[in-house]
Design a protein around this ligand. Structure first.
Ligand code: GUE
Length: 291
């Protein structure tokens, strides 16, 4: 049964090794890729994520800069940090950790990031480019899911993919990437009628709804490949644990392959962030993928 597990930690280690080799080549050409992470407020989960990003960056030789602002920081203060990073030619990638405190307009901040340094792929210039099939910086979580799917299935052409969830950060870009890979794509959401019936036709299921164990065995066609993006912290049997949007124990016997939580999509998200930072650095120096 364990061969059914899609090991996101191992896959992310492979991506990070490729990135480290690319960084070494860039350093040989006198370029040190740099990633700036902006964290506003004191959400404990965000602090853990940012610390992990900085650790991974340092492991692959990417210089990291951290900017921390208090929970009561004004939108103008955040925009000022972003403007400074846009103007700094030694900074190749900018990531503003989400969610921002409620009083700050997220769209306004994300749109202020130079699209060439937008390693999250959230600026409308990059969102539009993804939908048009232009080679742009692509959101890290969906890009990580695509890498896991290609490692598992190879060519995805003609597969029926169902994406559960329609967020701007996962569901929508995921659907765009699957379409670009020649899948037939269905996107399900809270208003979908009999979603389990539609999902039950899928060769590939990507779950990104943020509801613990919502997707049970009755949603999954035997032999489907299941990618679980959900990271939900729940209290169970008196202790706190992480579970996905998929009922892992129930779906494991039905699927041909499935990602665990933790150890699935999460580590890939960070690995793809490092890859995007190297891509951004190359493009800013006028280099192609081979140089
Ligand atoms: N601008 C922005 N970009 C992001 O990419 C972004 C963000 N904001 N805000 C928060 C979410 C969440 N996110 C995760 C990254 C890695 C893990 C990860 O590595 N998880 C591990 C461990 C989880 C744990 O133990 O807490 C795992 O799933 O195995 C999880 C979640 C990136 N996000």
């Amino acid at each position: 049964m364990s061969s059914k597990l899609i090991d996101g930690k191992a896959a992310s280690a492979r991506v990070l090794a490729e990135v480290a080799a690319d960084v070494a080549v860039l350093k040989g050409a006198g370029i040190e890729p740099a990633l700036a992470v902006v964290l506003v407020g004191d959400d404990p989960a965000s602090h853990v994520y940012v610390r992990n990003k900085v650790l991974r960056a340092n492991e692959v030789g990417i210089r990291s800069l951290e900017y921390r602002l208090g929970a009561d920081a004004s939108a103008e203060a955040v925009l000022e940090v972003v403007a400074g990073l846009n103007a700094d030619a030694s900074v190749n990638g900018i990531l503003v950790q989400l969610p921002l405190p409620a009083h700050i307009d997220e769209t306004r901040v994300l749109q202020a990031i130079d699209p060439a340094k937008d390693v999250d792929g959230f600026h409308s210039e990059n969102v539009g480019g993804l939908s048009q099939g232009r080679p742009v910086l692509t959101p890290c979580t969906p890009a990580g899911c695509m890498r896991l799917l290609r490692d598992t299935l190879g060519d995805l052409s003609g597969k029926h993919a169902v994406v559960v969830g329609r967020s701007n950060i996962v569901g929508k870009p995921m659907a765009a990437l699957l379409l670009a890979a020649n899948c037939s794509v269905t996107v399900l959401h809270s208003r979908s009628v009999k979603p389990e019936k539609l999902c039950g036709q899928a060769d590939i299921v990507v779950a990104a709804v943020g509801r613990p164990r919502m997707i049970g065995a009755d949603w999954i066609k035997p032999g489907a490949v299941v990618i679980d993006v959900g990271i939900n912290r729940i209290d169970e049997d008196g202790r706190s644990r992480l579970v996905g949007d998929v009922d892992f124990d129930a779906v494991l016997p039905v699927a041909s392959a499935i990602t665990p939580v933790p150890g699935g999509v999460g580590p890939m998200t960070i690995a793809l962030l490092m890859q995007n930072t190297v891509t951004a650095a190359r493009q800013q120096h006028g280099l192609t993928a081979q140089e």
